[in-house]
Design a protein around this ligand. Structure first.
Ligand SMILES: [Ca+2]
Ligand SMILES: [Ca+2]
Length: 269
């Protein structure tokens, strides 16, 4: 075993330490988000158009749950999916039910893409795997698991811990009888991770969502004596006061494309 001290430091120590520091900085630059597919986040459904051989059906496939995890690096302007799962309600194709459908990603295939921190937009490609009951559908060439390579075009919106992701996907898939076309609108809520007792400015009713309930809770607190669930979240315009201008600011943000509320979390009381 070699001794390592100030006078006997082997020549490889400095480059190895430098490499570890570099890797540590590189890793620190990559952040991950976990988000759940929910109705309140926005549209969540596939639209599939089948060819004439299967009656030319247009089928809406509602996404009922699931979540994804994505890593992105603002400095490298890169993004990649780490995990993906969507639950889709059963649909009927040519008289046969698919049973529940799940969409996951093939972890053996690398996912990669681009991230624009300024616009908060991303594009991530992956190989997705659809699994369903193919006991009848296999005769038409729909065999489970069914693989699709695709790229999600998306954006984050919202502020602080109340972030949403909206994604769009379109493409074609091959099966035994030909080709089908599909589009997908996917919306997800980024995992809310503020500690108990803290809130996001603007989420005055503390339901982890920005909507009309927040300016109502704000006005009720200020003028009707109704204690808001998170009074600390009333101050949204950064003027240091809690007053009517905060409710006006919130309404402007929600309905007129006005500025976002303050971003940093606050103590609710
Ligand atoms: Ca709210
Ligand atoms: Ca204010």
């Amino acid at each position: 075993m070699s001794r390592v001290n100030g006078s006997l430091r082997p020549c490889w120590v400095v480059p190895v330490v430098a490499l570890l520091l570099f890797l540590g900085r590189a890793q620190a630059a990559e952040e991950t988000v976990t988000a759940s597919f929910t109705d309140r986040a926005g549209p969540n459904h596939y639209t599939v158009v089948f060819p004439e051989e299967l009656g030319g059906q247009v089928i809406e496939m509602p996404i009922t749950g699931g979540q994804f995890r994505m890593a992105f690096d603002a400095d490298a302007e890169s993004a990649r999916l780490i995990e993906w799962r969507q639950d889709i309600a059963p649909i009927t194709i040519a008289g046969a039910s698919t049973g529940p459908i799940t969409v996951t990603m093939d972890a053996a295939q690398p996912s990669s893409g681009a991230y624009d921190a300024g616009a908060r937009t991303f594009t991530v490609g992956a190989t997705f795997i659809l699994e369903f009951d193919d006991s009848v559908l296999s005769q038409y060439g729909f065999v489970s698991p069914f693989r699709l390579q695709a790229a999600e075009q998306g954006a984050f919106y919202g502020t602080g811990s109340l972030l949403r992701a909206a994604m769009y996907l379109e493409g074609t898939g091959q099966f035994g009888l030909g080709e089908f076309q599909y589009t997908c609108k996917t919306s997800a809520e980024v995992l809310y991770d503020l500690p108990q007792g803290f809130g996001q400015p603007g989420d005055v009713n503390a339901d982890h969502e920005f909507d009309i309930g927040d300016p109502i809770a704000c006005l009720s607190h200020l003028y009707l004596g109704v204690e808001a669930p998170c009074p600390g979240a009333i101050e949204v315009n950064g003027d240091g006061r809690e007053d009517l201008s905060d409710a006006v600011c919130l309404l402007g943000y929600l309905f007129l494309g006005g500025p976002e509320p303050l971003g940093d979390p606050v103590a609710c009381k």
